[in-house]
Design a protein around this ligand. Sequence first.
Ligand code: NAG
Ligand code: NAG
Ligand code: NAG
Ligand code: NAG
Ligand code: NAG
Length: 449
Amino acid sequence: MYLPFKLFKFIFCILLLINSILCYDPPKRCFHNSLIIDDRLLIFSGYTNISDYTFELFYLDLSNSFENDKLTWTLIPDGSLPVYTWRSTAVLDGSTIYLYGGFMLNKGTLEYDYSNLVYKYDYSTSSWSTPNLGGDTVPPRQDMKGVIDNLGKIYIFGGYNATNLTSSTGNLFNDMNLLNTASNTWTTLTISGSIPTASDQYAANILSNGIIVYFGGVEQVNANADFTLASMNKIKLFDTSKLEWSQMDATGDNIDARMYFSSVLTPDGYIIIFGGRTYSATGSFTSVSPKLAKLDTNKDTFEWSIPSDSDLDSPPSIYGHTANLYNDFMIITFGINLDTRLYSSSAQVYLYNIKSDKWVTTFSPTENQTNTSTTNTGTNKPITTTSASKKSSNSLAIGLGAGIGAAVLITCIFIVTFIVRKTKQSVKDKQPNQNGQILEIPGSNQQLH
Ligand SMILES: *[C@@H]1O[C@H](CO)[C@@H](O)[C@H](O)[C@H]1NC(C)=O
Ligand SMILES: *[C@@H]1O[C@H](CO)[C@@H](O)[C@H](O)[C@H]1NC(C)=O
Ligand SMILES: *[C@@H]1O[C@H](CO)[C@@H](O)[C@H](O)[C@H]1NC(C)=O
Ligand SMILES: *[C@@H]1O[C@H](CO)[C@@H](O)[C@H](O)[C@H]1NC(C)=O
Ligand SMILES: *[C@@H]1O[C@H](CO)[C@@H](O)[C@H](O)[C@H]1NC(C)=O
């Protein structure tokens, strides 16, 4: 009886290990980072619960279709982050991730640690390293967004710097810092002319002509002034070839000012924003309207519009989420639901089809193969040009999937008995931190009333 039990335990443990990678259940989070490499939507960092740290790197496979509420997350066991960070920025250079800034905690001591501000992840070897950066001193920042041009230069505008980590107070900046990934140098640009107002939590997107479009977020007119939301019509443009700023007043529909929202740039020059919330120094913030809007950057004067069906089947008001564009789909992950003030479920993502301008529930990797020039009969069936070899690899994948699925199902049944007690306990822990200043806005200003 003893040996069979040991054998059973051994098999069980192996299956448990496979299971933990295959049916990975990621902690809910906000203020995280997400990037797409190699048909994988990678998620990492973010704020979960100050006494519950997570360093995992995991992904959603975008090479297959899925329903938005039936997700399979996969853990990359070697990809664990070297630090705990949230409100940082992550920029993709080929298949290398540059992770910069944010609030950073040392994994060993669990103390704030700003000794290294840039980390690099090499996707092909699944390893994190600390690049040796020359040039100017890297400024510590939170709540900024980096964008990369096609020469491998990462531009990082302003952001927030917490000077008191107990009260999370600090100042906003309006400098432009450049990380050259080719030469591994860091430069704080000296720019003359119209420098924009210091800000953070803005949207940043680089157009194909090399102009970076910034708008939204929080502003501070001078170092002693209160923080306020920036008008969504106030567009700040940075020309990466001339290294010059200019401003533009956008026209079109009224879009509420907001922070902690997401933006994606479509191949045809529209910036689609989603979610966010109002600024609050006191903790009483509200949702914003509309939840989704589009900025047309093809016009000489950029123009806002609200797609007519964008409220239909819309997700709830969310902030602190991320958005990524993959073919025709904008994929919204995690964040906090403003109605319930709870973290979004990790069991679902939200999908917006940028071609049909509708929220949808099914993701399909080949959606953009739909020939939209044919008469649309409403069936919306993609024209599939699946080759024979693709079909056979599909059935192989289905077979494999079914095999793994059966194994997973059996182990899940075993595991359920083991985790039921644990789950009951941890349900209580899944509430968002309502009182912690970490979830609250950066730099509640001393002079606020
Ligand atoms: C804010 O800036 C100061 C001065 O550069 C730096 O010492 C400090 O670490 C920064 N704070 C954070 C939270 O990055
Ligand atoms: C930081 O903020 C806390 C809480 O408001 C305050 O008690 C403390 O004195 C501040 N520290 C400094 C160095 O200003
Ligand atoms: C679909 O979109 C991706 C990226 O936007 C592009 O690389 C690919 O060529 C497109 N496929 C078709 C069939 O249009
Ligand atoms: C759609 O199909 C028509 C007819 O075959 C073709 O002329 C057109 O270029 C196609 N459009 C796209 C976007 O593929
Ligand atoms: C954070 O995690 C700790 C430890 O699991 C738990 O006691 C606490 O209730 C959690 N806090 C919140 C706000 O979820």
